[in-house]
Write a protein that binds this ligand. Structure first.
Ligand SMILES: Cc1cc2nc3c(=O)[nH]c(=O)nc-3n(C[C@H](O)[C@H](O)[C@H](O)COP(=O)(O)OP(=O)(O)OC[C@H]3O[C@@H](n4cnc5c(N)ncnc54)[C@H](O)[C@@H]3O)c2cc1C
Length: 318
């Protein structure tokens, strides 16, 4: 039996865009390589009908995480479920939680974990992965001989084929991650903001051009108006003007939204490394020579304290 697991994410029961692509990719992989079943795991209840739009899925397992404010989590129950389902190949799109779970599974099942995957192909008895390296500046093709692996897909992976669905029903199951008395929660820092940055379709990023943390109101208002998450450059989080989970770039969160609006950010190479997967980039900067303009689809040369309120007013009037 050769089964695969696909870990998906989403919000309010809706499967995220990158997880939709991953389901289609994994479904194609399954049928091309004559593998048996696809099991899907996620952290939210998901409607079976929605899953069936993207892939032929045997079962969806809702992984329930105990309240982190009171407990620490352990992944033992998940491992037992995976072993019982005889899963040997795992697909997920990179996120902090999934990286933690994947390294646990890789360690327990002695599986190779291939990171930043853009493409997967079979090459005879081997599996070939195209990976993004050097913060997205180059790609590397690597091969593994094993047919058991964990593929951690970069958010910007692309697919060039259509859904591979079936009418068969998807069963639903649940597992709750266990509580281990040997673990204890030392600190809990809940993420702020209503839209998680790595999943956001629109991101408004702000840099040192804002001069002071008290000036972030306009950034938050704009983000709220257009349903965006807020991000910042590294110096801004180093100065504690904004929380560290908003820092994007080489040393921060990597994002690949449909639209990234960068305000008062110079466009240093280390910042670009985290945002160059964005489909469209709009740059607002008062220095026409700012390096970011070279990487922008649209640019506005102007003062953020002038441009942003006008942009917001215009959006509100429509
Ligand atoms: C090893 C290493 C790793 C790093 N990792 C990261 C990383 O992950 N992410 C990251 O962001 N940086 C990273 N950096 C830092 C990076 O090199 C830059 O220093 C940083 O991105 C600059 O941040 P900034 O653009 O906000 O600030 P600045 O470079 O100070 O630029 C501010 C910009 O705002 C503009 N501006 C000023 N006032 C206004 C105004 N009123 N209206 C409009 N525009 C205005 C200016 O013209 C300027 O372009 C790293 C550096 C190193 C050495």
């Amino acid at each position: 039996m050769k089964n695969i697991a696909v870990f998906i994410d989403g919000k309010s029961g809706q499967i995220s865009e990158s997880s939709q692509r991953l389901l289609v990719l994994a479904s194609n992989w399954l049928s091309k390589n004559n593998l048996d079943n696809m099991y899907v795991f996620g952290f939210e209840p998901v409607n079976s009908e929605q899953l069936k739009e993207y892939a032929s899925v045997v079962q969806y397992t809702h992984i329930k995480i105990p309240d982190l404010a009171n407990h620490s989590q352990v992944f033992g129950p998940l491992l037992a479920d995976i072993q019982q389902k005889e899963i040997s190949q795992f697909f997920y799109v990179k996120s902090l939680l999934m990286d933690t779970i994947a390294s646990f599974i890789a360690n327990k099942l002695s599986l190779p974990l291939i990171a930043n995957v853009l493409k997967i192909e079979s090459a005879g008895s081997a599996v070939q992965f195209t990976k993004s390296i050097f913060s997205g500046k180059a790609t590397l093709t690597t091969e593994i001989k094993e047919d058991a692996f964990i593929g951690a897909f970069s958010k910007s992976f692309a697919i060039d084929f259509t859904n591979n669905t079936s009418n068969s029903s998807v069963s639903q199951s649940e597992i709750t991650l266990g509580i281990d008395s040997q673990n204890k929660l030392i600190e809990n820092h809940p993420l702020t903001g209503s839209i998680p940055l790595p999943d956001a379709a629109i991101v408004v990023g702000a840099g040192r051009g804002f001069k002071d943390p008290s000036n972030w109101g306009i950034v938050e208002d704009l983000a709220k108006e257009i349903g965006a998450a807020t991000a910042c450059s590294k110096p801004v989080s180093d100065l504690n003007w904004r929380p560290h989970h908003e820092h994007v770039g080489q040393t921060g969160v990597k994002i690949a939204p449909k639209l990234y609006i960068a305000c008062g950010i110079s466009g240093a190479i280390q910042h670009l490394a985290g945002v160059n997967g964005s489909r469209k980039i709009v740059v607002i900067n008062n220095d026409p020579e700012a390096p970011f303009f070279k990487h922008a689809d649209y640019g506005i040369v102007g003062d953020v304290f002038d441009v942003l309120p006008r942009l917001l007013n215009k959006l509100k009037s429509h």
